[in-house]
Design a protein around this ligand. Structure first.
Ligand code: ZN
Length: 228
C-alpha cells in the first residue's frame, strides 16, 4: 500500500511541475527540477515527495522563497488517488476513471496556478478520454451534448460569466454522464464552490473576486462518480 502511495506522490509532484510550466511554455520533460523563483537546481534529496517540502519548512533552501502549499497537497492527493486505483479491480473501467481523474487533477492545478483551463491538456486529454470511452462502449449523452452546444452558441453571456474553459469542461465531462448524474455534478460543484467562497469571505481575504472553479468541478465529479 505504501509503495503505491509513494509512487502516486511522485506522479503528483511531476504533474505539479507540468501544470506550473506548460502554460508558460517551459520545458518539463528533460530539464532538471529547479526552484521557480531563483532557478537553483534541486538536489536529489529535494525530489523526495512530501518529506522534502516539510523538511525545508515550505521554503527554498537558497532564496527562501515560499513553496506553494498546492505542491504538498497535489502530492498527497495523487498519492491517495493511486492507493484508491490499486485497491480497485484492474479493469478497463478503472483505467478510464484514473485517466478522467488525472485530467481533472491536472486542469485543477493549472486553474489554481493561472486561472486557466490549459488548452493543450484539455483538448488532448478530452480526445483520449472520449476515444477510450467509445472503445469501451460507454454511453455518450448526445442529447446533453446538443443542448450544451446550443446554450454555448445562443447564450454567450452565460458562458462568459462562467468562464469559457469551465464551460468547455462541462461539455467534455458532462456528455460522459447520465443526465441525472450531470445535474448532481453541477449541484455538488456549485455547493462546494459556494462553501469555499463563503468561508473565504467570512474568515479570510474578503477581496477575492475570482475563484478557480475547476478544482470544485473536479471534487464534484469525484463525489458524483463515487455515488454512481
Ligand atoms: Zn529558490
Amino acid at each position: 500500500m505504501l509503495i503505491y502511495f509513494i509512487t502516486g506522490c511522485c506522479f503528483g509532484s511531476f504533474f505539479c511541475v507540468v501544470a506550473e510550466r506548460l502554460p508558460i511554455n517551459q520545458s518539463f520533460l528533460f530539464s532538471r527540477s529547479q526552484c521557480t523563483s531563483c532557478k537553483h537546481p534541486l538536489a536529489y534529496w529535494e525530489l523526495v515527495p512530501i518529506f522534502s517540502i516539510i523538511y525545508k519548512k515550505f521554503r527554498c533552501q537558497h532564496c527562501h522563497q515560499s513553496i506553494p502549499l498546492i505542491c504538498l497537497f497535489s502530492e498527497i492527493a495523487y498519492g491517495s488517488l493511486f492507493v484508491w486505483f490499486y485497491s480497485q479491480p484492474q479493469t478497463p473501467s478503472t483505467y478510464f476513471l484514473l485517466l478522467w481523474l488525472t485530467m481533472a487533477f491536472l486542469l485543477s492545478l493549472t486553474d489554481l496556478f493561472y486561472y486557466l483551463v490549459e488548452p493543450r491538456i484539455f483538448y488532448s486529454l478530452s480526445l483520449i478520454l472520449w476515444g477510450y470511452g467509445f472503445y469501451l462502449g460507454r454511453p455518450f449523452n448526445s442529447l446533453l451534448f446538443i443542448l450544451l452546444l446550443l446554450l454555448y452558441f445562443s447564450l454567450p453571456t452565460l458562458t462568459n460569466k462562467l468562464g469559457q474553459g469551465d464551460y468547455l469542461l462541462l461539455i467534455s465531462w458532462g456528455v460522459l454522464l447520465p443526465t441525472l448524474s450531470f445535474v448532481y455534478w453541477l449541484f455538488f460543484s456549485s455547493l462546494l464552490g459556494l462553501l469555499a467562497f463563503s468561508i473565504n469571505y467570512l474568515f479570510f481575504d474578503k477581496k477575492i473576486i475570482e475563484l478557480p472553479f475547476v478544482p470544485f468541478l473536479s471534487l464534484g465529479l469525484c463525489i458524483t462518480l463515487w455515488f454512481m
